[in-house]
Design a protein around this ligand. Structure first.
Ligand SMILES: C[S@@+](CC[C@H](N)C(=O)[O-])C[C@H]1O[C@@H](n2cnc3c(N)ncnc32)[C@H](O)[C@@H]1O
Length: 374
């Protein structure tokens, strides 16, 4: 049996849905899974490839593998750190009673004649900079179990893609690359399939898909600037990340007219964060928000009628439907039933019909939905 702890991102339900989708996609057999605080503890029949997992997932911060603790947590960590007898030991511990355990570990290692440095690794950057994965010396205690870190998310690479790409749009806004990556994983697409983003903006979904190994991508948008930005960003990522053999297309098109430009029944997967209305100040009246959601609902339903035409049978759509904050509640965009009537099945995430991505104080919440063409 192999047991792993996945440290989940801020939106834990979304992170869990992504991990679940990834296991399904990779045909990984899970024996059990349990959600404890910000961790998902997973037991698998076969060992996992942690490097592959951490490089693919957008919503997992860290992955650890369980250490056997026949005596005590302290003893298990000391034995593990003392396995490699050479040089100074650099280690870090987080989780339940971390500081107390770390002190005991330090003392016991000193008693064994080792020179020791404890590093307070409160973030993944510290783990990376101190090479604690290669040194097998970052540990997380979750209740009575201890996990040795085998992979951490490369946060710097996400921020390079977020801030250093040439094409950006501060007016329409950009999807955080992590969320775009999660959406690609939730789509269960396979690498040879054709992915379309019909509201591509500056192309975040497309560039994350390329980084995940997809080669056939199409971006369309009704703004010329968005198309230019997408092209620039696709070229930029393919050069900077040395991605070759890509087959991409960008099209100036309204999402409600897609079938005029795209061959019918030709697309495998649609992944998109659509137009979400005018930027809000937060003091909008209820009727203003209701008018906005009604207009957006109509746009989305019309777009889905076109998605139906261009998608292959069984094709998946991962789509953001926004909802807007009003006092302590939400004004929702009511279009799911109409999308179903346009020929789609709602593919839920376990018990949840949708997943909410929202930062406190933001006026817009992004509901992530998954539909399949009947
Ligand atoms: C929220 S932005 C998408 C941002 C994109 N996810 C990114 O990360 O860059 C919405 C995009 O939809 C485009 N748009 C608005 N109405 C549209 C329509 N009817 N058809 C196609 N694109 C539309 C806008 O030009 C804008 O680029």
């Amino acid at each position: 049996m192999n047991t792993y702890a996945f440290q989940l991102g801020r939106e834990q339900k979304i992170s869990i849905a992504e991990i679940t989708a990834f296991f399904l996609h990779e045909n990984i057999k899970v024996i059990s899974q349990k959600h404890i605080n910000q961790f998902l503890i997973v037991e698998t029949k076969k060992p996992l490839d942690a490097n592959k997992l951490i490089s693919r997932l957008g919503g997992t911060i860290k992955i650890g593998t369980k250490l056997e603790c026949p005596d005590s947590i302290v003893r298990a960590i000391v034995d593990s750190l003392d396995e490699d007898k050479t040089g100074k030991v650099h280690f870090s511990i987080s989780g339940t009673n971390a500081k107390r355990v770390a002190l005991n570990v330090k003392n016991q290692l000193k008693e064994r004649g080792r020179s020791v440095r404890y590093i307070e690794a409160n973030n993944t950057a510290t783990i990376i900079h101190n090479h604690l994965i290669k040194r097998r010396s970052d540990f997380t205690i979750i209740n009575k179990n201890v996990f040795m870190t085998v992979g951490v998310q490369n946060i710097e690479s996400f921020s390079v893609r977020d801030y250093d790409r040439p094409g950006s749009d501060n007016v329409s806004g950009m999807l955080p690359p992590k969320l775009a990556r999660i959406m690609v994983n939730l789509s269960l697409a396979t690498p040879e399939q054709i992915i379309l983003d019909p509201f591509c903006g500056s192309g975040t979904v497309l560039t994350e898909a390329l980084d995940l190994g997809f080669k056939n991508i199409i971006g369309s948008d009704n703004s010329g600037k968005a198309i230019d930005d997408s092209k620039k960003n696709i070229e930029w990522i393919s050069q900077n990340y040395q991605i070759s053999d890509i087959n991409y297309q960008t099209l100036l098109s309204d999402a409600t007219q897609l079938s005029k430009k795209i061959k019918l029944n030709s697309i495998d997967v649609i992944i998109s964060e659509p137009y979400m209305g005018k930027p809000l100040r937060g003091n909008e009246r209820l009727d203003t928000l209701q008018m906005q959601t009604a207009e957006l609902g109509q746009l989305y339903v019309s777009a889905f009628q076109e998605f139906y035409k261009v998608l292959k049978k069984g094709g998946m759509v991962v789509f953001i439907i926004p909802q807007f904050r009003h006092h302590d509640g939400w004004v929702k965009t009511d279009c799911v039933e109409k999308i179903k009537k346009a020929g789609f099945l709602l593919e839920s995430f376990g018990e949840d019909e949708s997943l909410l991505y929202w930062r406190k104080k933001q006026y817009v919440g992004r509901g992530i939905y998954r539909f399949r063409k009947k």
